[in-house]
Design a binder for this molecule. Structure first.
Ligand code: PNW
Length: 468
């Protein structure tokens, strides 16, 4: 086998990196931007580490040209960014705010001038606050508002943006936002979380169809954070049953409607004591199942479960911290057991084999569907050395091993189209604020200065075919 990792991929494989609006832009009150649920949440005492907010973040809004320079210097084929809904449509309804649109036009034009393909995500969690006040994702109307916003954006950017992603990780939006409450809007209502799951699925379908109608040639995708769930004891029937149940609420709750036009019956049965699913109207799952050109997959780590024996806190090791509620709706009797490690600074286990396993599962279940890794990367406790550099060898190892895992999935038949490293730069890591650094470019939050870590040089060289 060739030692050059790049040689395990075809020439048209897309090498990219990803960010999200609220995590990098800052300028929260500029250019006519309206408030989002993350402004409200991060400004609520006790919700984020150190009370950090995205008010300034990486100040990407003002440093756009500099950041475009880094993107070009890395030699990225594509850049995955998200559009802040409240920047372009401040209250989530009505006409577009031209100043907000201008910013994304400058970004997209700047990418194209540098030969970098823009990959736009319409929703990476910054819901306009007014829509949350009207009920948020548990309210059906939010799905229709989202489709209108998608149609607007397709109209203004569709001549230059050809790859569109409706939602990023609806699992997080629904379960972390409305069940565990560790993400905005911070509600802890299991039944509302399941209604949010459904309205996100519906929103995806409505928006996807709006984009298709507006832009017949566009490439349509959605990004899911699918969970690799393993039994503590593969020989135990009850552990295997726990896997089935977590797989249903975490994975098949999205794959079912979006790819098979139906909710799995076991999911409906398992959650029947939480909700009767009456928010699913006739025709909804057909609507949610819009044909996709590509499925975006975010992968970071694995999970291990078994049936709870009644001692301790069953969700203590689920990787979601000490939340007020559990994100695992209708699964109070399932225990999360920490995988063996090693771990990143998030406490997430490092296991590239989980990525290959996930991609091959998707390939087996949806053989015709092209796949793309839309996020993969790691937070580590970076140290600035005496020489002024960040020698983040563990991040290089993490990324190299996971890219090799993508190559393994390709070799076994999966139709892999691209890899987007999370993240281009350190940024606002949601409830962990600025404490956890995922970037290949370091951000000095005092000065705003950017500095390439070793991993950035390594990734540049990999893309250019020079790294091993
Ligand atoms: C993803 N979890 O978030 C997001 O798409 C990014 O915005 C984020 O920065 C990145 O992964 C790293 O965290 C997640 O608790 C947040 O399982 C939380 C979880 C998963 C993904």
């Amino acid at each position: 086998m060739s030692t050059n990792l790049r040689d395990r991929f075809p020439d048209d494989f897309i090498w990219g990196s990803a960010t999200a609006s609220y995590q990098i832009e800052g300028a929260a009150k500029e250019g006519g931007r309206g408030p989002s649920i993350w402004d409200t949440f991060s400004h609520t005492p006790g919700k984020t580490l150190n009370g950090d907010t995205g008010d300034v973040a990486c100040d990407h809004y003002h440093r756009l040209n500099e950041d475009l320079g880094h993107i070009a210097d890395l030699g990225l084929d594509a850049y995955r960014f998200s559009i802040a809904w409240p920047r372009v449509q401040p209250s989530g309804i009505g006409p577009l705010n031209q100043e907000g649109v201008d910013f994304y036009e400058r970004l997209v034009d700047g990418l194209l001038e540098r030969g970098v393909q823009p990959v736009a995500t319409l929703y990476h969690w910054d819901l306009p606050q007014e829509l949350e006040d009207a009920g948020g994702w548990p309210a059906r109307d939010t799905a229709y508002r989202f489709a209108e916003y998608a149609e607007h954006m397709a109209r203004v950017l569709g001549d230059r943006v050809h790859t569109w992603t409706t939602l990023n990780e609806p699992w997080c939006s629904a379960y972390l936002g409305y069940a565990s409450g560790v993400h905005a809007p911070g509600r802890t209502e299991p039944a509302s979380a399941l209604a949010a799951v459904h309205h996100l699925n519906l929103a995806h379908g409505l928006a996807g169809r709006a984009i298709r109608a507006e832009l017949p040639g566009a490439r349509l995708s959605v990004t899911l954070n699918l969970h690799v769930v393993r039994p503590v004891d593969p020989g135990s029937e009850s552990d295997v049953e726990a896997v089935r149940r977590i797989d249903a609420i975490a994975n098949r709750a999205f794959l079912g409607p979006q790819l098979d036009a139906a909710y799995p019956q076991d999911l409906l049965d398992d959650t029947a004591h939480v909700t009767d699913w009456s928010f699913v109207h006739d025709g909804d799952t057909d609507m949610a199942c819009v044909p996709l050109d590509i499925l975006g997959v975010n992968y970071y780590s694995t999970k291990q479960v078994r049936l709870w024996d009644g001692s301790g806190d069953p969700s203590a090791n689920d990787g979601h911290g000490n939340a007020a509620g559990s994100p695992w709706v209708a699964a109070d009797d399932i225990e999360f057991v920490r995988p063996p490690g090693p771990y990143t600074a998030m406490g997430w286990d490092i296991d590239p084999s989980g990525m290959t396993e996930l991609l091959l599962r998707l390939h087996r279940e949806y053989p015709e569907l092209p796949l793309m890794i839309t996020e993969n990367g790691a937070a580590f406790d970076d140290v600035v050395s005496d020489d002024g550099a960040v020698h983040d060898a563990r991040r290089v190892d993490y990324v190299r091993d996971h890219i090799a895992a993508v190559a393994d999935a390709r070799d076994a038949g999966a139709d892999m189209r691209g890899y987007f490293l999370w993240s281009l730069m350190d940024n606002f890591e949601w409830s962990y604020g600025y404490d956890r650094r995922f970037g290949i470019i370091r951000v000095n939050y005092e000065t705003g200065e950017r500095m390439w870590k070793d991993s950035a040089y390594w990734y540049r060289d990999l893309i250019a075919g020079r790294a091993t």
